[in-house]
Ligand binder design. Structure first.
Ligand SMILES: Nc1ncnc2c1ncn2[C@@H]1O[C@H](COP(=O)(O)OP(=O)(O)OP(=O)(O)O)[C@@H](O)[C@H]1O
Ligand SMILES: [Mg+2]
Length: 147
């Protein structure tokens, strides 16, 4: 698996998490799938916002797609798929909604929140990340093991 350079320091503000996303952006390429694990409110969407913004997507366009399953964004040079599987009842439901095909699209970068809800739909080349919540509102972004 490709090694991503991640911020080593603790991220004390949402802005720092956005910057972490911006740091990831130039390391990604078409076809990449980033799985973002972490508790409710950990900062997954905040990270996606920073990443998308660095690719030319207006930050305000990036919302948690919790109620839509998937959002699409047009970046300057690449499009993004932003999925949130928190509310799906089963992997079959996400599959029926076309998630597998969306994640197989080699022209886009895909970002998936709550990937644990449908791990079977994530391709083998998925890069798994975790946003940990630490005391005093700090966050740590690290590589996670695939489930
Ligand atoms: N150091 C920090 N980094 C990121 N967010 C922080 C930090 N401290 C506090 N917050 C707050 O935590 C929340 C993170 O929200 P965000 O929507 O990014 O989380 P999420 O992981 O996507 O949650 P969900 O599982 O509900 O989708 C925001 O309200 C933000 O203001
Ligand atoms: Mg979110």
């Amino acid at each position: 698996m490709r090694r991503l350079e991640l911020p080593q320091d603790l991220l004390t503000t949402p802005e720092a998490v956005r910057e972490a996303g911006a740091l990831l952006a130039p390391q990604l390429q078409p076809g990449d799938v980033l799985a973002l694990c972490g508790d409710l409110g950990a900062g997954k969407t905040t990270l996606v916002r920073g990443l998308a913004e660095a690719l030319g997507v207006p930050a305000e366009d990036v919302a948690s797609p919790t109620f839509a399953l998937v959002h699409f964004y047009h970046g300057r040079e690449i499009d993004l798929v932003h999925a949130d599987l928190y509310r799906i009842e089963s992997e079959a439901e996400a599959d029926a909604a076309g998630l597998r095909e969306m994640l197989d699209d080699e022209h886009v970068i895909a970002l998936v929140e709550w990937p644990e809800s449908a791990p079977g739909l994530l391709p083998p080349h998925t890069i798994w990340l975790r946003v940990d919540v630490l005391p005093a509102g700090r966050r740590l972004v690290r590589i996670a093991a695939a489930p």
